[in-house]
Ligand binder design. Structure first.
Ligand SMILES: Cc1ncc(COP(=O)(O)O)c(C=O)c1O
Length: 458
């Protein structure tokens, strides 16, 4: 048992008694008090009463700077006035029609005009559905079955999207040909048999794996920044190799830009100048409401065309619902070049500030990421792939949780895995609050770390 963790949990419970009490009631109706795996953490998450702009207000009366932004989906923070207005106006005119609306076409045009890989698109209700429909489109087009995904890559809440998401080192196999590993006990073996796992940022290994499996691959899917492994950016060389290898074997390349659409103008594909065949989107394009979209080349997207003899079936009750369309349109119309440049600059300020906090306190750690995306890792090794990231977080153990809770108690919200993202309503002052919170947290933990995790200190 970690004394440091016990101490921090006691302090956190004293900091948030109402949330603690609410968690007891939640445990009665939800297993473990949790209805969303990614938003849960021990001893319990803070219950939120309201939010506006860059700030959350919890039920114990704290105002907290929100660097989580619902896992990167709130590009303008909370309750952006134009988004609120658009949603209210649409709500008064009805929330869902099972019929097309002008707002669908306007949001689709905006995305098509900005994302290089999109000639046509379709809306759906989540990023999970977007990656799933991209995979189905690729399967229908190629009549092949297997999918190559990256080790450590997350593409949503279904089995194939989570193969080898966080494999234990002893199960992961040789890096030249990683073993497909299920994340839990719910996986059918057919899913594992149909998934080829590729190491991230290893261009030569990827080229070889693609060549070896080319005859059976329906698609290669990749996140341009490996989000769940702690915002590990792909090198341009790696993405270019995937593009070249898939093109030469006639395999559709899918970019999962559910997180990275906020980069560039719009998307990591634009930033790197590498155009995939299909793109999955979500998060920011819904202005804070549930959404997803899949887009790409006309020749692939025509698989959904209703006049096809056997169109890819995609029904989905809330696809293109007018509330998400209204919110998404209002948010995306306001996400202009100037705002994109500003949040990228603030993201850099955040990473630099965090890195300096580690240096100043003599603790081994670093902040990595790209643009407005940032993640803390407790190692000073170069993090290029899932294996390095997972090994570091397993070594750090509860130190990561202590930093997360310590930052919360200092008014800074992040994902429990120490992921931070900047929204357009944040200022340099908000960034500096986060940097100070990290430094104070590290100073508070340093003696405990020296005792419990001496390898984390220089
Ligand atoms: C890269 C990536 N793809 C897909 C998804 C799934 O999106 P959703 O949670 O909207 O289903 C996520 C969610 O976090 C994601 O990060």
């Amino acid at each position: 048992m970690s004394d440091m963790y016990e101490r921090i949990c006691r302090e956190y419970e004293a900091f948030s008694p109402r949330s603690g009490k609410a968690a007891v009631a939640a445990r009665d109706v939800f297993p473990g008090g949790d209805t969303r795996s990614s938003a849960h953490f021990a001893p319990y998450p803070l219950f939120i009463e309201k939010a506006a702009g860059a700030y959350l207000h919890d039920i114990d009366g704290h105002q907290l700077v929100d660097f989580m932004n619902n896992f990167t989906s709130l590009i303008h923070g909370h309750a952006q006035p134009d988004v609120v207005l658009a949603v209210n106006e649409q709500m008064a005119r009805g929330s869902a029609y099972a019929a097309p609306t002008d707002s669908q076409v306007l949001l689709a045009q905006l995305l098509r005009d900005h994302v290089p890989g999109i000639e046509q698109l379709r809306f759906c209700s989540s990023g999970s559905e977007a990656t799933l429909m991209a995979i189905r489109c690729a399967r229908a087009a190629t009549r092949r079955q297997k999918i190559m995904k990256m080790e450590g890559g997350y593409h949503g809440s279904y089995e194939m999207a989570e193969v080898s998401l966080a494999p234990m080192a002893e199960l992961a196999g040789d890096i030249a040909s990683p073993t497909p590993v299920p994340i839990d006990d719910s996986f059918p073996s057919s899913v594992l048999a149909d998934t080829i796992v590729c190491p991230y940022n290893e261009p030569d290994l990827a080229r070889r794996l693609i060549a070896h499996h080319a005859h059976e691959l329906a698609a290669v899917i990749v996140e341009p920044v490996l989000g769940s492994m702690g915002m590990v950016p792909a090198t341009r060389e790696f993405l270019a190799t995937l593009r070249e290898a898939t093109e030469s074997h006639d395999i559709p390349l899918i970019f999962d830009e559910v997180i990275t659409l906020r980069l560039g103008d719009l998307g990591a594909q634009q930033l790197h100048g590498i155009t995939p065949d299909l793109t999955a989107m979500g998060k920011i394009i819904g202005g804070g409401l549930p959404i997803g979209a899949i887009g790409g080349k006309r020749e692939l997207m025509r698989r959904f065309h209703p006049d096809q003899p056997r169109p890819v079936m995609h029904a989905s009750t809330f696809s293109g619902n007018p509330i998400s369309m209204a919110a998404g349109l209002a948010a995306m119309q306001r996400f202009d070049q100037q705002k994109r440049t500003t949040i990228d600059g603030l993201g850099e300020r955040l990473r630099n500030g965090f890195n300096k906090a580690f240096q100043d306190t003599g603790i081994r750690g670093q902040a990595i990421g790209m643009g407005s995306l940032c993640n803390i890792h407790l190692t000073d090794e170069y993090i290029s792939n899932a294996r390095v990231s997972l090994a570091a977080s397993r070594r750090a153990g509860r130190a990561l949780r202590c930093i997360h809770l310590g930052m919360l108690m200092r008014g800074v919200v992040s994902a429990a895995r120490l992921m931070y993202c900047v929204s357009t309503v944040m200022t340099a002052a908000d960034i500096d609050v986060a940097v100070s919170a990290l430094k104070d947290t590290l100073l508070d933990l340093r003696d405990d770390l020296r005792r419990e995790k001496p390898t984390l200190l220089y």
